[in-house]
Design a protein around this ligand. Structure first.
Ligand code: ADP
Ligand code: MG
Length: 615
């Protein structure tokens, strides 16, 4: 088995994907393959078995999903690929990804199957004929046993997040399934880590697999101040403009996002807010690209919003800031990105936006660059106002030294006399007129301080001082009585990963036989918690088999879990003490909200006003 390091990015076309799939990728806005995609796609297209190891968020889904799409024969209405995922949440996500890549493949049908969802619905859908089934091990086993899932036409089997399946105790189920798949088929195993047991499964069931491991290269970055902002409480765009406005020595910035579409969107929004901004992406021809860079050099543009490829090699000394608006796929890309600043002997600034689920990438970057990245405190409204006032004073002072003020002094005297006011009042009125275009005070509220970041690898690296740790207790006291809309409603942020996460549609069919009770727990997305963490904790602590765990609703600061009625006292007690990511979950019945089935909207007020006391 050989392991390969990330090579420089190629284009999707180089990887051997078909024209129709390439078109879909263009539509979606994927510009270049991520390293794991560049390595794995050609191998999977050859039909070989594969072990792919790369961190979370590096694009592993598309690495197997795109080759899968190439194999599917839409005319054969039998499952041709089976993807196993540890949780129903991931099953849904992967199914959604597959569906989006099937845009130009009419008649394609992907079916997620998972515990908790009604069998009736699943049976109907299976009978209708799905080309790809994505499921959790338990439910897939059930269907194989009931002979409702026929694997005779299976060409490819994918084990996604294999280490997670192991961690959640599904490995026997996975093996059981692997033993029942046809002899002739391709198997791909993806995992963020490679524990011994996963290696053993790979050795037993994969045939001469190619092994791809995306390593994080270690590099040092000099002369660049690196900070990160934990995305919370405020839209990324608002945070960005606040930060840029208050940053000292801001001259010009390159802002990195993941997709071409995002470059255009963000550049437009920044332009609307008065910045001289433009997009730089692979759609621009060489001439247009050079023009943008020229404008950035000359000062006609102050901000360029770019994808990784498009910004490669840009050397513009006045770039004082690099903003990683979307976190990069790997540490290497990070190093390339921030290398666009701190050029020609100047000091550069690198700002990284990190969503809770991306903490582990932040930690890898710190390790790879051997430099701690300090948390950035978001400038408050007062900070922004102060900065604007200072700038305003400076520009007035500049004009005071200019020639030809006499004419205007005269007018001011006249106004003062005619209106019977002081010259100071006239000056104030003029200042007010002047700032109409750009008010000195910004409207709105400051968000609550972010919750402390969970240390990705269970270890707190340097740079986490008292200030970082304190907010947890403060926030609790602060939040409970209020539950304002920020606490209650799911936030919608640019990244698209902050929708409330619900598992599935209402499960009336199941609740008819087994009554479910909804509980509320005190951990949510802001704690960096994912559905699988909750399922894992409950399965482990209360000994409830994961398939009996009902719908989970993931919100910012809390979550809901449905569990079968009649839970033994022992299990209930265990759950009271359970912690997820170090936070006590304090599970209690969620009496505040009647079980209204699969409501996806979330009315924060209605929900939280009647919230039972929690102490
Ligand atoms: P992983 O499975 O490795 O944790 P995902 O497959 O969930 O990562 O991908 C993370 C995010 O990156 C998703 O939002 C996905 O749409 C996006 N993404 C993946 N590949 C690309 C690409 N080539 N270009 C742009 N965005 C991508
Ligand atoms: Mg994944």
């Amino acid at each position: 088995m050989s392991s390969t390091e990330a090579t420089t990015a190629q284009s999707f076309a180089d990887l051997g994907l078909s024209a129709s799939l390439l078109k879909t990728l263009t539509d979606i806005g994927y510009e270049t393959p991520s390293p794991i995609q560049a390595e794995c796609i050609p191998i999977l297209l050859q039909g070989r078995d594969l072990i792919g190891q790369a961190q979370t968020g590096t694009g592993k889904t598309a690495a197997f999903a795109l080759p899968l799409m190439e194999q599917i024969d839409v005319k054969v209405t039998r499952p041709q690929a089976l993807v196993l995922t540890p949780t129903r949440e991931l099953a849904i996500q992967v199914a959604e990804a597959l569906q989006s890549y099937a845009k130009n493949l009419p008649g394609f049908h992907v079916l997620p199957i998972y515990g908790g969802q009604s069998y009736t619905i699943q049976l109907k859908q299976l009978a209708r004929g799905a080309h790809i089934v994505v499921g959790t091990p338990g439910r897939v086993m059930d269907h194989i046993e009931r002979k409702t899932l026929n694997l005779d036409h299976l060409k490819t089997m994918v084990l996604d997040e294999a280490d997670e399946m192991l961690r959640m105790g599904f490995i026997d189920d996975v093996e059981w399934i692997l033993e029942r798949t046809p002899a002739q088929h391709q198997t791909a195993l993806f995992s963020a880590t490679m524990p011994e047991q996963i290696r053993r499964v790979a050795q037993k069931y994969l045939v001469e697999p190619r092994e791809i491991k995306i390593k994080s290269a270690t590099t040092t970055v000099a002369a660049i101040r690196q900070v990160y902002w934990q995305v919370s409480g405020m839209h990324k765009l608002d945070a960005l403009t606040r930060i840029l406005e208050v940053e000292d020595n801001f001259d010009a910035a390159i802002i990195f996002v993941r997709t071409k579409n995002a470059t255009v969107e963000l550049a437009d929004k920044l332009s609307a807010r008065g910045y001289a901004a433009a997009a730089l992406n692979g759609d621009l021809n060489q001439q247009m690209r050079e023009r943008v860079i020229e404008q950035l050099k000359s000062g006609a543009l102050d901000i360029v919003v770019a994808t990784d490829v498009a910004a490669r090699g840009i050397d513009v000394p006045r770039v004082s800031h690099v903003v990683n608006y979307d976190i990069p796929y790997d540490t290497e890309a990070y190093v390339h990105r921030i290398g666009r600043t701190g050029r020609a002997g100047r000091t550069g600034n690198a700002i990284l936006f990190v969503a809770p689920r991306e903490v582990s990438m932040l930690r890898s970057i710190e390790r790879a660059t051997r430099s701690p990245i300090a948390p950035l405190t978001l400038p408050s409204r007062a900070d922004v106002t102060n900065k604007r006032v200072t700038d305003f004073k400076a520009s007035v002072a500049e004009v005071l030294n200019a020639e030809g003020l006499d004419f205007f002094s005269n007018i001011v005297s006249q106004i003062a006399e005619e209106q019977n006011v002081s010259a100071e009042e006239v000056a104030a009125a003029l200042a007010m007129m002047l700032q109409k275009g750009k008010p000195l005070q910004i409207p709105g509220e400051d968000p609550a301080p972010p919750r402390p970041m969970p240390a990705g690898d269970g270890r707190r690296p340097g740079g986490f001082g008292e200030r970082e740790r304190k907010p947890r207790t403060e926030e609790r006291g602060d939040n409970r009585p209020r539950f304002d809309d920020r606490a209650g409603k799911p936030r919608f942020e640019g990244g698209g990963d902050s929708r409330p996460r619900f598992e599935d549609k209402p499960r009336r069919a199941v609740t008819a036989s087994s009554e479910m009770i909804r509980y509320r727990i005190d951990v949510g997305r802001d704690h960096g918690v994912q559905v699988k963490d909750i399922v894992g904790a409950i399965a482990n602590e209360a000994g409830i088999e994961s398939r009996f765990i009902g719908r989970i609703g993931l919100y910012d600061e809390s979550s809901t879990v449905e569990l079968p009625a009649g839970m033994p006292a022992e299990a209930a007690n265990a759950l009271k003490r359970t912690r997820v990511r170090g936070v006590p979950i304090n599970m209690r019945p969620d009496e505040g909200r009647p079980d209204d089935g699969g409501e996806r909207k979330f009315d924060g007020e209605r929900k939280f006003k009647k919230k039972p006391a929690t102490h």
